[in-house]
Design a protein around this ligand. Structure first.
Ligand code: FE
Length: 379
């Protein structure tokens, strides 16, 4: 049996933040990050729309990047006190991820992080509140996914939480919120979205429900990321939707070792997630190629490669990888890890990547030795 889960409603289009007016409830808690939503006026607007919906509104501000266990517990305590029937999280991935975990502790105060870390082991949510997510970056797609990452800074442990219970009820994908993104962020998050789509498409858990979403996302990233990077706002809007489609695919098909290896780089060197993915993706694609049947033919086509039908398997596989390399270079991302990785760290990096929760989705069973080889090939 396989399950395919998405939010009940995904609102999209410029200005759709206004849909908050139509939520039905009595009390909403609005969870946000460090202040960019406030500075740009989106926090006030969201608060006012919720009030127009007839709700009493409480703000929970200041969720940090890579949200901590403490923040989650603080938020859950505020929710206990306030008893909201809507949790509305707005911002980059972090406030949404944090609010997903707060939700579980609000509804089940006795649950532990250790319980929640067992994949697909959450208690049944929605006994107290429903959840709306509003992304302000175009990459993580946490507004439509079953995932959240919470960090325990005391032990250095990152808790990757995964359960369809934390797939939001409502996603509000309003491109107005990403018009002001710095171009570096556009590049990094866009390549993260491409990696989500490609890893979901070749994942061991891909299926006819996830494949069309993944391929459409790949095509849209190819069509719109370079222009969005050059501040074409029509393209920026389309990238906001492309990353959401990629999220719908990978939430259900999971990912692979590009993400495993990128998580290791993020933990050791603080490498931005999208940069790590973009550098690793072509190399991992080459490594995975012989376990992907004819899938790279469709990736190559979606990446705009001409004449794919007349190519041999070897040719279209190379063409797909080359197209990814070109796109990454076009948005200013380096081609190797020379500036990032120290050779003496590779054993540790490979062991962390091997143990990462994303590794089982990879089409090929990668050993620690294989992963060492992949890192080394990029030095
Ligand atoms: Fe990612």
């Amino acid at each position: 049996m396989s399950r395919f889960t998405l939010p009940r409603d995904i609102y999209h289009g410029k200005g759709c933040l206004e849909e908050l007016k139509n939520l039905k409830g009595k009390k909403a808690i609005l969870v946000v990050g460090g202040g960019s939503m406030k500075r740009q006026g989106f926090l006030d607007r969201a608060e006012n729309y919720l009030k127009e919906a007839g709700m009493e509104v409480k703000l929970f501000e200041g969720v940090e990047p890579d949200p901590s266990v403490e923040t989650v517990m603080k938020g859950a305590a505020v929710m206990q006190e306030f008893q909201p029937d809507w949790i509305v999280a707005m911002g980059g991935g972090s406030p949404i991820d944090a609010a997903k975990a707060m939700w579980a502790f609000y509804e089940y105060p006795d649950v532990t992080f250790e319980d929640l870390c067992i994949p697909f082991n959450f208690p049944e949510l929605r006994t107290k509140a429903k959840f709306a997510a509003i992304p302000s970056t175009s990459g993580t797609a946490t507004e439509v996914t079953a995932f959240s990452v919470i960090t325990n800074y005391q032990t250095g442990v990152k808790y990757p939480l995964a359960d369809f219970n934390i797939t939001p009820d409502v996603a509000i994908v309003d491109p107005d919120l990403v018009m002001g993104l710095p171009v570096k962020q556009v590049a990094y998050t866009g390549m993260d979205a491409l990696t989500h789509a490609i890893e979901a498409y070749v994942s061991t858990l891909n299926c006819p429900f996830t494949d069309p979403l993944a391929l459409q996302a790949i095509e849209m990233v190819l069509d719109y990321l370079p222009a969005s990077y050059k501040c074409d706002m029509v393209a920026r809007e389309q990238m906001h939707y492309a990353q959401c489609l990629a999220g719908m695919a990978f939430s259900n098909a999971l990912l692979g070792i590009v993400h495993s290896m990128a998580h290791a780089l993020g933990a050791v060197y603080d490498t931005p997630h999208g940069v790590a993915n973009a550098i690793l993706l072509p190399t991992v694609m080459e490594y995975n190629a012989d376990a992907t049947g004819d899938k790279y033919k469709y990736i190559a086509k979606a990446m705009g490669v001409k004449g794919v039908e007349d190519m041999t398997q070897e040719e279209y596989r190379k063409a797909a990888v080359d197209a990814v390399k070109k796109l990454s270079a076009d948005v200013g991302i380096p081609a190797d890890l020379k500036e990032i990785v120290k050779e003496e760290d590779i054993q540790f990096l490979a062991e962390s990547a091997y143990a990462d929760a994303c590794a089982p989705g990879n089409p090929k069973d990668a050993s620690v030795e294989d992963i060492i080889g992949l890192y080394k090939s990029l030095l």
